[in-house]
Design a protein around this ligand. Structure first.
Ligand SMILES: [Fe+2]
Ligand SMILES: [Fe+2]
Length: 206
């Protein structure tokens, strides 16, 4: 069971290249709660990556850095996005924080020397998902939604589905639950969020 495996997981994720460096980086940029969340995501992703045959070093980098720009102020977020040529849509202008994945990916590519493009892609799209997202990105989306420090009951359910069914069923559940939550709150929804759900639905369950 994923939850039990997480409890049994020691700090082996810290042994992968650059893990300690990236942990320090986020400690400088984020508050304690967000750092705890990032480490929790990293642990889930480390296990899931192992299950899916993905590189665990890439998983640890993606988990640690995915929210590295979450605390940026709106003005800095938009300014950094423009500097790196990130295309902005109407939703971004209204909710600049939705850009925190794309902006973090740009810093990974241009400032933090993260050469693994699958890590940058995963980080860029972890907020909304998008059709055709690579497997590491899918795993990060799932880990971000389901890590056990999340307080919503859907987190638990996503972990349960992972064990009872499979990764793809759990990911579909997570993507749908996130979309439903945004709709319920009446928040402006990025079109990629809906497109990601629809894409996952068309692929069926393995
Ligand atoms: Fe995030
Ligand atoms: Fe996150």
């Amino acid at each position: 069971m994923l939850r039990e495996r997480l409890q049994a997981l020691d700090s082996e994720w810290r042994q992968v290249p650059r893990a300690v460096e990236f942990e320090r980086l986020i400690e400088e940029r984020l508050g304690a709660n967000r750092v705890r969340h990032s480490i929790s995501v990293t642990k889930v992703l480390h296990l899931v990556a192992g299950d899916l045959g993905l590189d665990t070093a890439s998983a640890v980098s993606a988990g640690l850095l995915h929210d590295s720009c979450k605390a940026m102020k709106n003005e800095a977020m938009l300014e950094t996005a423009e500097r790196y040529g990130i295309p902005l849509n109407e939703t971004h202008m209204e909710r600049p924080n939705l850009l925190h994945g794309h902006v973090a990916a740009a810093l990974c590519r241009h400032e933090w020397h993260v050469a693994d493009e699958s890590v940058c892609e995963a980080i860029a799209w972890h907020v909304t998902g998008h059709p055709g997202l690579g497997l590491l990105g899918q795993a990060l989306f799932f880990a971000d939604f389901s890590e056990p420090l999340r307080e919503h009951p859907e987190s638990d359910e996503a972990l349960r589905i992972y064990d009872a069914q499979c990764f793809r069923s759990a990911l579909r559940y997570a993507a749908r639950a996130k979309l439903d939550h945004l709709r319920k709150k009446g928040l402006l929804i990025d079109p990629n969020t809906e497109a990601f759900c629809a894409w996952l639905d068309t692929r069926g369950v393995v």
